[in-house]
Design a protein around this ligand. Structure first.
Ligand code: FAD
Ligand code: 2HG
Ligand code: ZN
Length: 456
C-alpha cells in the first residue's frame, strides 16, 4: 500500500525496486555496513519530497535520506530490517540561480559538489568546499554532514558557506529560509539546526550558498619535513608571514603517500629521498610569485623543513592534489583500517601524536598508523590498521578517543557520527548536551522516522 503510494508520488522515473539498482545504495563507501530496503525513491522536486515524507509518516515508516553515499560513517544506508525507505536526492540537481554581485547561488540538494564549483567559476566566483569525493558527493550530503575538506583553514566548514536553506520536516511541511543575506538576526538561525544533523532532523532540499572571490594565482608546494610537530610550527610561521593567503595545508605521513603510489596509477613523490612526513599546501600569493618561496627558504634555514617542490603549473598542482585526494581510496585498497577523524587544539597536535604512538605501540605493537589530515583545523585522520586477530577495534578506538578527550579535542571532527560512531557520542558529550540533542530530535521528529538509529 505505502509502496504504491510512493510510486504514484514520484512517478515512473522516481523509484526503483530492482535489486541491481538497490545494491550500491545499501552499502556504505567503506563497505562497513550493509542494509536492506523495499524501495529507493528519487523525488524530482521539494513537493514530491514533502509528499513522500507525509506518506511515510502516516505509515510510521522510516526514511533514510541519501546523497552521493560517500559518507564515512554509514549514515546514508538503511538498517537491516528491510523496512526503511531510502530517499535519494539525486534527481534534484538543478542550479536554480547564481547572483555574482551578491556572491551567492541557490542550488538543489542533489547537485554534485564539483558541478557547483564549476558553475561558480564560470561567473568568476569561488565555492571553496573541496574534498576527495567532490565528483560524486552532493551538496545536501555535504551540508547534512557539515563537511570539511582541504580549504577549511581559510573558508571554514560547510556550515560557514551557507546563507539559506530549505528543508522538509518529519511531518512533510516545508521550511524555507532561502535568503541570501550575510546579516540576519531575526530569531533563531534555523538553517544551522539542519547542517550537520545527518538527516535526523529534516531533509535538506535546497540551499543558498555563499561564494567568495576567486583566489587568484595559487602556488602549490609539497614540502618534506622531519616531524609532524614541524608541520604545526611551519603553519604558524607561514600564517605570520602570509596571513590569510593559506588556502590549504595538509599533512601526510610517508607511509600514507606510499599507499597512494602503490595503489593509484601514475602517482609518484617528487623527492629523491624519503622523509617521515610531508605537507601539501596551496597559497594564494596574488601577483608576488616569490612570496611563498622566500617564506619557505626562511623556514628551511631554521630547520622547519627538509626540502620543497613547487608545482610549475596547474597540471602539476593537480597531480599533487590528486595524490592527496586519493588517500582514502588507497587506504581502502590496502586493507580496512579503524578510522578516527579526531580534532585537538592545533597547539596540542604534537603531544597527541607522540602520546598516540606510544599508546598504540603498547596496545597493539604490530598495528600500522595511517596518519594524515587537515593540520590547519587541528583535524587528523588517525587511522589504525590492525593485524588480523589482534585486539577488538573498539578497545583501540576508545583509547584514542580518551586521549583526544583529555587534550580537549573531539572524537568526531569531520565525517559526522552516523552509525559507526554512535556508541561513542554519550561518552564524549556531556549529559546536558545529549539531553538537548534528544529534546531537539523529539521536537522535530516525534515519530522518529527521519534516519532513526543514526547519530543519537
Ligand atoms: P551521503 O553519504 O549520501 O550522506 C551522508 C549523511 O547525510 C547521511 O546521514 C545521510 O542520511 C545524510 N544526507 C544526505 N543527503 C541529505 C539531505 N539532502 N538531507 C538530509 N540529510 C542528508 N568528508 C569531509 O568532511 N572531508 C573530506 O575531506 C572528505 N573526503 C572524502 C574523500 C573520499 C574519497 C570519500 C569517499 C569521502 C570523503 N569525505 C570527506 C566523506 C564524504 O564525502 C562527506 O561526508 C560528504 O559530505 C557526504 O556527502 P554525500 O552526498 O555522499 O552524503
Ligand atoms: C580525507 O581527508 C577524508 O581524505 C577521508 O576526510 C579520511 O579516509 C579517511 O580517513
Ligand atoms: Zn578529511
Amino acid at each position: 500500500m505505502l509502496l504504491e503510494q510512493l510510486k504514484d508520488i514520484v512517478g515512473p522515473k522516481g523509484w526503483t525496486t530492482d535489486p541491481a539498482d538497490l545494491e550500491p545504495r545499501l552499502t556504505d563507501w567503506r563497505g562497513a555496513v550493509h542494509g536492506k530496503t523495499p524501495i529507493v525513491v528519487s523525488p524530482a522536486n521539494t513537493d514530491e519530497v514533502a509528499a513522500v515524507v507525509r506518506a511515510c509518516a502516516a505509515a510510521s515508516v522510516a526514511i533514510v535520506p541519501q546523497g552521493g553515499n560517500t559518507g564515512m560513517c554509514a549514515g546514508a544506508v538503511p538498517d537491516a530490517s528491510g523496512a526503511q525507505v531510502v530517499l535519494s536526492l539525486g534527481r534534484m540537481n538543478a542550479i536554480r540561480s547564481i547572483d555574482p554581485t551578491n556572491y551567492s547561488m541557490e542550488v538543489e540538494a542533489g547537485c554534485i559538489l564539483e558541478n557547483i564549483q564549476v558553475a561558480a567559476s564560470k561567473v568568476d566566483r569561488h565555492f571553496p568546499l573541496s574534498l576527495g569525493a567532490e565528483g560524486s558527493c552532493q551538496i545536501g550530503g555535504n551540508l547534512a554532514t557539515n563537511a570539511g575538506g582541504i580549504n577549511v583553514v581559510r573558508y571554514g566548514t560547510a556550515r560557514a558557506l551557507v546563507l539559506g536553506l530549505e528543508a522538509v520536516l518529519a511531518d512533510g511541511s516545508v521550511v524555507s529560509s532561502l535568503r541570501s543575506l550575510r546579516k540576519d538576526t531575526a530569531g533563531y538561525d534555523l538553517k544551522q539546526l539542519f547542517i550537520g544533523s545527518e538527516g535526523t532532523l529534516g531533509i535538506i532540499t535546497a540551499a543558498t550558498l555563499k561564494l567568495s572571490p576567486l583566489p587568484g594565482v595559487i602556488n602549490t608546494a609539497l614540502v618534506a619535513i622531519e616531524s609532524a610537530g614541524d608541520a604545526v610550527r611551519l603553519l604558524s610561521y607561514l600564517r605570520s608571514e602570509l596571513a590569510d593567503a593559506i588556502e590549504a595545508f595538509e599533512l601526510v605521513s610517508d607511509y600514507v603517500f606510499g599507499l597512494v603510489t602503490k595503489h593509484i596509477p601514475d602517482t609518484a613523490l617528487p623527492f629523491s629521498d624519503a622523509s617521515p612526513w610531508y605537507v601539501l599546501m596551496d597559497v594564494a600569493i596574488g601577483g608576488d610569485e616569490k612570496r611563498l618561496e622566500t617564506a619557505l627558504m626562511n623556514a628551511a634555514e631554521t630547520g622547519l623543513l627538509v626540502d620543497a617542490v613547487f608545482a610549475k603549473n596547474a597540471s602539476e598542482s593537480e597531480q599533487f592534489w590528486r595524490m592527496r585526494h586519493s588517500i582514502a581510496e588507497a587506504e581502502r585498497a590496502e586493507r580496512k583500517a579503524l578510522k578516527h577523524d579526531i580534532a585537538v587544539p592545533i597547539s596540542r597536535m604534537e603531544e597527541f601524536l607522540r602520546r598516540g604512538e606510544s599508546l598504540i605501540a603498547e596496545l597493539v605493537p604490530d598495528a600500522q598508523l595511517v596518519t594524515f589530515g587537515h593540520v590547519g583545523d587541528g583535524n587528523l585522520h588517525y587511522n589504525v590498521a590492525l593485524p588480523a586477530g589482534s585486539l577488538d577495534g573498539a578497545i583501540v578506538t576508545t583509547a584514542i578517543y580518551d586521549l583526544v578527550e583529555e587534550l580537549g579535542g573531539s572524537f568526531s571532527a569531520e565525517h559526522g557520527v552516523g552509525v559507526l560512531k554512535r556508541q561513542y557520542l554519550p561518552k564524549y558529550r556531556s549529559e546536558g548536551e545529549i539531553a538537548l540533542m534528544r529534546t531537539l530530535k523529539a521536537a522535530l521528529d516525534p515519530g522518529n522516522i527521519l534516519n532513526p538509529g543514526k547519530v543519537i
